[in-house]
Design a protein around this ligand. Structure first.
Ligand code: AMP
Ligand code: MN
Ligand code: MN
Ligand code: MN
Length: 283
């Protein structure tokens, strides 16, 4: 079993990269890919654990894009952490995030919930601040009773305190990831749109924009969703990946490698991913 999607405290998870590597060993995974949002800062500590775990430790990241007027997440799996241009591009993305965060503080103050940047920083163990840290800060200041209420009333995607980031296009994200030697993959498509959404056309569009894979196995998918997305990938000739999207204490009940309990990502998906990585490699 493998897990190609998880977060450390370098983005919005709560485990250290070292802790994740040990958890991967405990879960008897044969491979584990770290995919923090917008950053590879956890990678050196993660890879340094390779001698202490039998799980192959792999490098990735998760970027947010704009697609059909909504936020679509794209995984950059197997990117080269030594690629200076990619690192510079991630710095640019984190700058956009910081700008968004400052504007969210202004919006929250207007809504009667004044927070200082330091209040949000106090909830994070690394410089990258995401809405999970805003939610905790809002609870710590007594503006909501518990963090989930912050997402319901204030900072969820459709709430008045939410400010979107200036986001990438899927084609740009795909190009950046490819140029860093990685494989661009549509993360958890079932979370972007479920129910009656007909994915065939939209996914074919993303494929034309350079997305080469989709996350067919996911920590929070029901069995029917997994079947649907694995079949969709097969129809379109895209690679299938899978992971838990483990966030530690920031997503309770979700386990590394196992998701909500039933997740089992087959090892052979990694072989196919590595074949795809070579196929699409820039000369
Ligand atoms: P950001 O990247 O700062 O916009 O924050 C996005 C993160 O906030 C996601 O990766 C989730 O971890 C979390 N998040 C977003 N919406 C919700 C929600 N409705 N409930 C709980 N967590 C959420
Ligand atoms: Mn997250
Ligand atoms: Mn995501
Ligand atoms: Mn994720």
């Amino acid at each position: 079993m493998i897990d190609l999607h998880c977060h450390s405290l370098h983005s919005d998870g709560t485990d250290t990269p070292e802790g994740l590597a040990l958890l991967g060993e405990e879960a008897r995974l044969t491979a584990l890919c770290l995919t923090d949002h917008d950053t590879l800062d956890g990678v050196p500590a993660f890879l340094a654990m390779q001698s202490r775990t039998k799980a192959r430790l792999l490098v990735g990241t998760e970027l947010s894009c704009q697609f059909l007027g909504q936020s679509l997440h794209v995984l950059g799996l197997l990117v080269d952490p030594a690629d200076a241009r990619f690192q510079a591009r991630l710095v640019e993305l984190r700058g956009r995030r910081e700008d968004r965060n400052r504007r969210m503080l202004v919006r929250l103050a207007e809504l009667g919930c004044p927070l200082a940047l330091e209040d949000v920083q106090a909830q994070a163990d690394s410089p990258l601040l995401s809405r999970v840290h805003f939610a905790k800060a809002l609870a710590a200041k007594g503006f909501v009773r518990r963090p989930p209420e912050a997402f319901e009333r204030l900072i969820g995607d459709d709430c008045p305190g939410f400010v979107p980031r200036e986001e990438l296009s899927p084609s740009e994200a795909a190009r950046w990831i490819r140029e860093a030697g990685g494989v661009p993959v549509v993360a958890h498509p079932g979370r972007f749109a479920g129910g009656r959404f007909h994915w065939d056309e939209a996914m074919a569009d993303l494929q034309r924009q350079g997305l080469e894979g989709l996350e067919g196995y996911y920590g929070e998918y029901r069995a029917a969703e997994q079947r649907y997305f694995v079949a969709l990938a097969r129809r379109l000739g895209m690679v299938v990946t899978g992971g838990s999207d483990y966030h530690g204490a920031h997503k309770m009940g979700l386990r590394l490698g196992r998701g909500r309990g039933g997740l089992q990502v087959p090892d052979e998906l990694l072989d196919r991913l590595e074949t795809q990585q070579k196929l699409g490699a820039h000369p």
